[in-house]
Design a protein around this ligand. Structure first.
Ligand SMILES: *Cc1c(COP(=O)(O)O)cnc(C)c1O
Length: 372
């Protein structure tokens, strides 16, 4: 027996976990519809594309499921070969994982020891602080610019000799803002070559501004650059959990070494392979989303002129709190929910709204017009 009191639950796990935010999933539309007595609710909270699985994917997954009593291919050779061909890179530069969020964690694990620093912009992807803290790295958060984007000069200035990794989320979740070529060139030239720059490009497929570089094309040949991509958004596989990265072969091999064994499941590998064959359909769907994104942005700006330009499949409503008047972001999200539309509030900061079908977007805009 030690002096610990096992009836105190946080004696069994790390005390610092209590101070960490939980990753917040979007609320279930079925639950909300039941609560409101509506036939259905609209979920615009998790940045999924609204058009269902890509053609052929459900069939491929069902076929692969017949082999589920066997372990999957640990090295995901067929999928990595297909990704290598699709993105025109060598397969030894690719690692797959249980969503790109898992790969982001693995990258911190292969670079950072306790006390090492991970730099990112804030507000950005909510997984970064959780990943840094649970990997025992130190988070260095650099506040966003007044335009809700990364402050690259300040991020470069935040680099110390303990910095091991920098997340660059482009376009940025949840604000939708993007970094352009000239500022990124300056930033990349300022980063020491022993610091890993991880471009989290979960929304790359929705980018239409030619001045927002594809990091794989523009910086992919630098040994200290990693490109994180996901099949959860444009490719419609959020529920299968599969993402990938492209990196220098040594970095990709390090990630493949630490990845939880077999975490790219049989069905995820098969689904991803089938989805990759649907690139044309993905482009068509992304064009629909982009047209709606631009329409929704224009309509919202009539109500809230500060809505920033989005290059992703969501828009950001900056709704910071007014002291003494409650939290505008939370209140706005609550008003949307009361009318059957689920959006994602960030208390004190703003609300992220995913682009849905034209009818879903109209329903959201009707609520926004009545609330704002
Ligand atoms: C959605 C998202 C991801 C991808 O998550 P998966 O784990 O692949 O589903 C990664 N980065 C950002 C910024 C995201 O918004």
């Amino acid at each position: 027996m030690t002096g610990r009191d096992p009836s105190q639950p946080n004696r069994l796990t790390r005390a610092d976990l209590a101070g960490l935010p939980n990753y917040v999933p979007g609320r279930s539309p079925a639950d909300l519809a039941r609560e409101l007595g509506l036939p259905e609710a609209i979920k615009l909270a998790s940045n999924e594309v609204p058009y269902g699985p890509l053609p052929g994917v459900v069939e491929a997954v069902a076929e692969a499921a017949a082999g589920m009593h066997r372990y999957p291919d640990l090295a995901a050779v067929a999928l990595r070969d297909a990704l290598a061909e699709h993105y025109d890179v060598a397969a030894d530069r690719i690692a797959t994982g249980c969503g790109s969020v898992a790969l982001a964690e693995h990258l911190v694990r292969v670079t950072s020891l306790p006390g090492d620093e991970v730099v990112y912009s804030w507000r950005s992807f909510e997984a970064y602080p959780i990943i840094a803290a649970t990997s025992a790295a130190t988070s260095v958060r650099v506040p966003n610019t007044s335009g809700h984007g990364h402050d690259l000069a300040a991020m470069a200035g935040a680099i110390t000799d303990r910095t091991r990794l920098i997340f660059v989320c482009n376009p940025n979740n949840p604000t939708g803002t993007s970094l352009r070529r000239a500022e990124l060139d300056r930033f990349m030239d300022a980063v020491p070559d022993d610091v890993l720059v991880v471009f989290d490009e979960a929304y790359r497929e929705f980018v239409t501004d030619p001045d927002v570089p594809d990091a794989l094309v523009t910086y992919g040949d630098r040994p200290n650059v990693v490109i994180l991509r996901t099949l959860s958004k444009a490719w419609g596989l959020a529920g299968l959990r599969i993402g990938f990265l492209v990196a220098h072969p040594e970095v990709a091999a390090a990630v493949r070494k630490v990845v939880t064994p077999f975490s790219s499941s049989i069905v995820a590998q098969a689904g991803a392979l089938a989805a990759l064959a649907q690139a044309e359909e993905v482009r068509r769907r992304c064009a629909l989303v982009v047209a709606e994104r631009d329409r929704v942005t224009e309509a919202l700006r009539k109500l809230l002129p500060e809505v920033p330009e989005s290059q992703a499949n969501f828009v950001w409503l900056p709704l910071s709190g007014v002291p003494g008047q409650g939290d505008r972001a939370v209140e706005f999200a609550r008003a949307c929910e009361a009318r059957g539309v689920i959006v994602r509030p960030f208390p004190g900061e703003g609300v992220r709204v995913t682009i849905g079908t034209p009818a879903e977007n109209d329903a959201f805009l009707a609520v926004a017009e009545s609330v704002l």
